[in-house]
Design a protein around this ligand. Structure first.
Ligand code: HEM
Length: 144
């Protein structure tokens, strides 16, 4: 499966299409939690590990918050809103230095976690396209 990272200009916030509802139906809550957990395990071994918690308890909390969000955006229960309030994702990322290069690393870790999930191609692509575009919204600092 060929999942490409779209080159997007700094500051451009293209319209986002949320993942196909079938993705949630097929993968389920547990599948999404496993994928997010794997993503974080890859991130903390990556070149952008400094952005993420080193403490185990904090890491578990980050996994939970992120999985809550992904479950919600994929059409599951609104866990994120219940526990963390309105998503306002770009604002939540403002406290972290996120460059275009960091986006690429973040997406490459996701590519691996997502492919390992083994969902049907069309659904995998649908989730990928969502994070491919939306990730550019979080980029807040130009590469050096
Ligand atoms: C551009 C690449 C991205 C980078 C480098 C990045 C980095 C981060 C960092 C450093 C945090 C705070 C530490 C943590 O709790 O993990 C965070 C939190 C979070 N990120 Fe991202 N992020 C990116 C893209 C995204 C995207 C595209 C989404 C959603 C589709 C997302 C969803 C979240 C959520 C839900 C949280 C937890 C927020 C909270 O509970 O307050 N991130 N991210």
């Amino acid at each position: 499966m060929d999942l490409q990272i779209k080159e997007l200009q700094f500051g451009v916030r293209d319209n986002v299409t949320i993942p196909d509802r079938e993705f949630y139906k097929v993968v389920g809550e547990e599948g999404i939690r496993n994928m997010v957990s794997r993503h974080y395990d890859l991130l903390i071994e990556s070149s952008i590990k400094k952005l993420f918690p080193i403490d185990d308890k904090e890491l578990e909390q980050s996994k939970k918050n992120s999985a809550d969000f992904m479950i919600q955006i994929c059409g599951g229960p609104d866990y994120f809103n219940q526990h963390r309030g309105q998503p306002r994702m770009a604002d939540r990322h403002k406290g972290f230095t996120i460059t275009p290069e960091a986006r690429i690393v973040w997406l490459n870790c996701y590519k691996q976690a997502l492919l390992e999930l083994g969902a049907p191609e069309q659904l995998t692509v649908s989730f990928w396209e969502y994070i491919n575009i939306f990730s550019n919204w979080m980029v807040n600092t130009k590469d050096k």
